[in-house]
Design a protein around this ligand. Structure first.
Ligand SMILES: Nc1nc2c(ncn2[C@@H]2O[C@H](COP(=O)(O)OP(=O)(O)O)[C@@H](O)[C@H]2O)c(=O)[nH]1
Ligand SMILES: [Mg+2]
Length: 381
């Protein structure tokens, strides 16, 4: 990096600190009897194997914490018949009623409870309903998941759903979703053409319940949820665009566009992370590449061609970056990153690739072309 294009390390650190605030770890409690399919649900939704899938053997005792670097799962094995009181005491007195699990911003705050009932049991008991009432009355976000619905015929499934609804209709804000990890059940449709399984709905609802500061990491942790990842990326783009506009409020010469690098680096990191993409080199590598390609290429483009394309630009004179250009340039980098990350993530979901990107390849000429294309369309609006 030449002196001329040196970004401020201090500003970059500040951006990364701000970014960390949006990247808190989500904590989910998943309740359900051994064999209900809890681990299978967790492993269906999340990328890295978080919970071990038992093979009919119990592998959890009371509450077990499974964690990776993106999400914490508290796994509670549910009640055994005859030991309902023990379970209730354990779940509430020893866990949910404790201060460290309440609220939203503690390390151990429980952000969401998934209450799993095995569809194969064909029963949602009054005791299940009582526990659900109590979980909600302790102010936790809660949904009921009817799992393994491939074990039910249509009538049985309908009865099960109705039974859950009937017993929980007075519980405010509770939802019920149906799941199965069997391909046939996931792809099956009823005569109206609706799916039987609610995986997408479960993911969407869960994302909505998460506090804002946990949404990025929740999106990142998910195997699926491309839509959720994309919409989180959009939020980061909007925030960075606003920050860049503030920087550009006192116009700067294009050669000083490097002043935007910390913001743009924070943005690129956030977007790659939201899609769950890993890369080597960290912030310094991204900042270095953005400096090289961003300032030199886009800076020139802004100073040269683009200016000519903007008609009647009182706001943009002689290669100066003002608020509008700083914002558009930053948004273009964020949007291009999101487009490329989306494609990579889609390939990874389909097993055609993995979640790793070589950022030297990532910021290639196609990327810069897309940035310039987005940039000129924004500035020519
Ligand atoms: N048919 C069917 N079996 C499932 C489904 N989900 C899990 N299983 C099986 O049920 C058993 C228990 O699943 P697991 O996820 O370990 O349950 P956990 O004890 O609640 O964590 C395992 O043998 C799974 O393969 C499903 O959707 N359909
Ligand atoms: Mg398990």
């Amino acid at each position: 990096m030449s002196e001329e294009f040196a970004y401020s390390q201090e500003k970059l650190d500040e951006e990364l600190r701000k970014y960390q605030e949006t990247f808190k770890k989500p904590n989910i409690l998943i309740c359900g009897q051994t064999g209900a399919g809890k681990s299978s649900i967790v492993n269906f939704i999340f990328k890295d194997e978080v919970a071990k899938v038992s093979d009919g053997e119990p592998c959890t005792r009371d509450i077990t914490l499974y964690k990776n670097d993106l999400v914490n799962i508290y796994d509670s094995e549910g009640y055994e018949l005859g030991r309902e009181d023990y379970y209730k005491k354990m779940l509430f007195d020893e866990f949910l009623c404790k201060d460290e699990h309440k609220g939203i911003d503690g390390e151990e705050s429980v952000h969401l409870v998934w209450y799993v009932v095995n569809g194969a049991s064909k029963r949602f008991t009054p005791y299940d309903a009582e526990l659900c009432h109590k979980i909600r009355s302790e102010k936790y976000k809660l949904c009921i998941i009817i799992s393994q619905i491939d074990n039910l015929d249509e009538t049985q499934l309908d009865e099960m759903v109705q039974s859950v609804k009937r017993q929980t209709m007075d519980v405010v804000g509770i939802k019920c979703f149906r799941t199965s990890n069997k391909e046939e059940a996931i792809n099956a449709r009823d005569e109206k053409g609706d799916k039987y399984t609610d995986w997408d709905e479960l993911i969407e609802w869960s994302m909505d319940q998460m506090p804002e500061m946990c949404k990025d990491r929740f999106a990142s942790a998910m195997k699926k949820g491309l839509k959720e990842k994309e919409s989180q990326a959009k939020k980061r783009i909007i925030a960075a665009t606003a920050a860049a506009a503030t920087v550009g409020a006192s116009p700067i010469p294009y050669s000083d566009a490097v002043i935007l690098i910390p913001i743009q680096t924070g943005l690129v990191l956030a977007v790659l992370n939201v899609y769950g993409l890993k890369f080597a080199g960290g912030a310094a590598a991204v900042a270095g590449l953005l400096t090289a390609i961003g300032v030199k290429n886009a800076g020139k483009a802004i100073a040269g061609n683009l200016i000519k394309m903007i008609p009647g630009v009182g706001s943009f004179v002689g290669g100066v970056i003002n608020a509008a250009v700083a914002a558009a340039f930053t948004a273009a980098i964020g949007e291009a990153t999101s487009v490329f990350a989306y494609k990579q993530c889609e390939k990874a979901i389909n097993g055609e690739s993995d979640y790793y990107v070589d950022i030297n390849d990532f910021f290639n000429s196609d990327f810069m072309n897309l940035v310039n294309q987005i940039l000129s369309s924004k500035l020519n609006k």
